[in-house]
Design a protein around this ligand. Structure first.
Ligand code: UT7
Length: 332
């Protein structure tokens, strides 16, 4: 049976490291609070001129090189991000231009932290219908540009980065076994980020200057405790239901790659699923929460560090704004 297989992975982390000690100089916080409540010690921050598309392009080049695929061979580029360089064009189009992927259609996917997993799911559907296709899926963010650096509740959590995977069809038994995406827009207010200020047509308002009085900045806002609860519960249920559907048990999983938001979320999930922590790939202490980039960065690090062996059963699970969440089961 033909399946969508990841044949190359790449990632890009900005050079600049932001430590908990640095954050102590910016807001009223402490290394002790951040490490015990989140498990984060450092995160990477993009330079002023280092945009999301630049990080994404570097990650994509690594993935293409490992896959031995030239940019011209790509049919599609899906890029999960909530921090595109511009509202238009898409970040994916900017990456397409940089790579010279002249035969690829390119589009962004806004599913917050779940963007990469959403992209994998869609890529898998395309490849099922035409196994010769070559598809680049990227997750890339510069959340530091949308962080309220005066809000200690959120500014300690996020980091910048990008990860990418190249997929094509194969019938050697490996590849994506199944995946399932979920959304619940009714809870959007628990985790949100405004877009750019809106303009108001003069016929709608005598004083257009009033229009954006309510606009208090395009920052990430979060009701942390609620998000925490929903994240653990949703990922647990989604994982259990997917394992059951595929007729495999949690003991069959060789490596779980969860979204990296908070070490306490990961520990709760691990406990509920009853999976040994040694089988869980964790980068949150180094990079913080990089939103859509978190899972593809982990996949690349796991791949390059020898944590993934042919035949391994790999479980991805993610949760983010929207709410959106999802699970992917891969035979490596
Ligand atoms: O990517 C997808 C989604 N994101 C997540 O999954 C994140 C989910 N949520 C979380 O990870 C956690 O809820 C947080 C890490 C955001 C917060 O941890 P918490 O244990 O839920 O803390 P809290 O919000 O209940 O705050 C406890 C106290 C508060 O003080 P009071 O009211 O008890 O006096 C906060 O003001 O900690 C205070 N606090 C801080 N203190 C020092 C909040 N942030 C900080 C800080 N440093 N950075």
């Amino acid at each position: 049976m033909n399946r969508a297989v990841i044949i190359g992975t790449g990632s890009c982390l900005p050079e600049r490291v932001l430590t908990n000690a640095d954050l102590e100089q910016i807001v009223d916080t402490s290394d002790e609070w951040i490490t015990t409540r989140t498990g984060i010690s450092t995160r990477r921050i993009a330079e002023r001129d280092e945009r999301t598309s630049a990080l994404a392009t570097k990650a994509a080049r690594e993935a293409l090189s490992m896959a031995n695929v030239s940019p011209k061979e790509l049919d599609l580029i899906f890029l999960g991000t909530i921090t595109s360089d511009m509202a238009m064009p898409s970040c994916a189009c900017l990456v397409q231009k940089e790579l010279g992927a002249v035969n690829a259609a390119a589009m962004d996917l806004n599913a917050a932290c779940s963007g990469f997993v959403y992209g994998l799911d869609i890529a898998e559907k395309y490849i099922k219908s035409d196994p010769s296709m070559k598809i680049l899926v990227i997750g890339a963010e510069t959340l530091s540009t949308r962080t309220n650096w005066k809000d200690r509740n959120t500014c300690v959590l996020f980091g910048d980065g990008a990860g990418a995977s190249v997929l094509t069809g194969s019938n050697n038994g490996s590849g994506i076994l199944s995946s399932r995406l979920y959304s619940d827009g009714s809870l959007w207010q628990l985790l949100s980020m405004e877009s750019a200020p809106r303009q108001v047509c003069p016929v709608l308002n005598d004083n257009p200057a009033d229009a954006d009085k309510q606009h208090d900045g395009s920052y990430i806002k979060m009701v942390g405790k609620d998000v925490f609860r929903y994240a653990v519960r949703s990922m647990e249920q989604a994982v259990l239901s997917q394992l059951e559907k595929e007729g495999v048990s949690i003991n069959d999983v060789n490596l779980m790659i969860p979204h990296q938001a908070n070490i306490r979320i990961l520990r709760s999930l691990v406990e509920k699923l009853n999976i040994p922590i040694e089988k869980v790939f964790i980068t949150v202490s180094k990079y913080g929460n990089t939103s859509a980039a978190s899972i593809p960065i982990c996949i690349d690090e796991a791949n390059r560090s020898g944590r993934l062996t042919e035949g391994d059963l790999v479980l991805l699970c993610v949760f983010g704004g929207g709410f959106t969440w999802g699970v992917t089961l891969i035979r490596w």
